[in-house]
Design a protein around this ligand. Structure first.
Ligand code: APR
Ligand code: PHB
Length: 389
């Protein structure tokens, strides 16, 4: 088997990369170790920056997004006694969209299987080989248990945080930075209309809470909990009570409904550099993780593959190496900006248990609510900065 770009992982990063390359006449093969149904059922975040929406539409996978996605022009920032609305268009001229990452993945898989390049599910033992030369290969075992080799010009490591690509890059030198936060999110999906027009990010003495949504009839809600929290300790009633307390505001009520899914999400920041070794390029969660507070994970993956696709097209059609040579630095500049923003949002909104921290957080929240400059800084980062910083 031979292809121009061998792609490891069928998450949003790998699937979108394959799609962007196809549109530029570059062929690829995507190797995924899980099944299609597993990949399509993974529940992840749901906020898309304008750039992400534009990229998906330009890539021909934006039809359902344009029909079912919900455009949002701001967020509510809440702290005791105050629910302050940030209006993004007036602050920075951009908006964001609510559309589940699960739906983005389904749309990309559908497009891929509908006449796109090969996408192989349930492969195993994927191993990048000879990445330092001009003829890298991917060895793997296919779904029937047969050993295969895929010869490539380039390999894209879009295999997420637990993938095999990052260790291959780090093996010859590199660096990682990591921060594990001392709390986690308990996330639920509920069959109830959102009780709010815009997402609510709430600071509360009991801990952070977030009211998000997936559709006009499905709400997505999160509560800050301890990192070792046992999900069994949270009955549906306890969850709704915790949420009602943290979002409480005079004249407003939280509607409740059947909870259809609940899980605990760890919170960490992680960056691995460089994002390239020879002919192996990393993109998305394979190279970096952000805590979910700023909703940057998927958007960052889309920004990476947008940069990577144009760099690979230049390499493979014009034989010019300038963009692949600058890829890692350009991607990392944006990665660190989003890492900072996600850390900042996380630090401002989560209770650490320390009263000094709490006063600093409240002071920062009041600043964002009262200063247009402070609000604009949040809005510009939240809605997405330009591709090249
Ligand atoms: N071989 C083949 N596939 C693999 C391997 C492997 N060894 N290891 C992991 N994978 C697959 C995973 O099963 C997954 O489908 O790679 C894919 C990686 O996808 P994601 O984890 O979704 O990562 P990415 O595509 O970078 O998406 C970016 O945005 O909201 C964030 O964290 C969220 O996943 C999200 C991310
Ligand atoms: C979500 O809807 O899952 C979501 C929204 C905003 C965030 C994080 C997650 O900051």
């Amino acid at each position: 088997m031979r292809t121009q770009v061998g792609i490891i992982g069928a998450g949003p990063a790998g699937l979108l990369l394959s799609r962007l390359l196809t549109l530029q006449g570059i062929d690829s093969v995507v190797l995924e170790n899980r099944s299609r149904s597993y990949v399509e059922a993974r529940i992840r975040a749901g906020i898309l920056e304008q750039h992400t929406v534009d990229t998906l539409i330009a890539a021909g996978v934006g039809d359902r997004l344009q029909r079912e996605g919900l455009e949002h022009s701001g967020i509510h920032l809440q702290y005791p006694g105050t629910r302050h609305t940030l209006d993004f268009p007036s602050l920075c001229g951009r908006t964001v969209w609510v559309y589940g990452q699960t739906e983005v993945t389904k749309d990309l898989i559908k497009a891929q299987l509908d006449g796109g390049p090969p996408l192989l599910f349930e492969v195993s033992d994927v191993t990048p080989l000879d990445v330092d030369g001009d003829a890298p290969r991917l060895s793997f075992t296919d779904a029937d248990g047969v050993a295969q080799v895929l010869e490539c010009d380039v390999i894209a490591g879009t295999d997420g945080f637990h993938g095999v690509s990052r260790p291959v890059v780090q093996e010859v030198g590199g660096r990682v930075w990591e921060r594990t936060y001392p709390y986690a999110w308990l996330g639920v999906l509920a069959d109830v209309a959102p009780s709010t027009d815009e997402l609510i990010y709430a600071w509360h003495p009991d801990g952070f809470a977030l009211h998000s949504m997936r559709s006009p009839s499905v709400s997505r809600l999160y509560l800050q909990v301890a990192p070792d929290e046992k999900i069994e300790n949270w009955s549906d009633d306890r969850i709704w009570e915790g949420l009602a307390t943290r979002f409480a505001l005079d004249g407003w009520t939280l509607e409740t409904g059947p909870i259809t899914e609940k899980s605990v999400l760890p919170m960490r920041s992680f960056v691995s550099a460089p994002m390239r070794r020879g002919r192996l390029f990393l993109a998305g969660d394979a190279a970096h993780i952000v805590p979910p507070t700023g909703a940057k994970g998927l958007n960052l993956a889309v920004a990476d593959v947008t940069l990577l696709a144009s760099a690979l097209v230049r390499l493979l059609t014009e034989r010019r190496t300038d963009l692949v040579d600058s890829y890692s630095d350009r991607a990392l500049a944006r990665v660190w900006r989003c890492t900072h923003f996600s850390w900042w949002m996380t630090s401002m909104l989560h209770r650490s248990g320390d009263d000094f921290d709490a006063e600093l957080q409240l002071s920062q929240l009041r600043r964002v609510a009262s200063s247009e400059a402070a609000a604009r800084e949040l809005a510009e980062n939240y809605t997405g900065l330009p591709l090249d910083l």
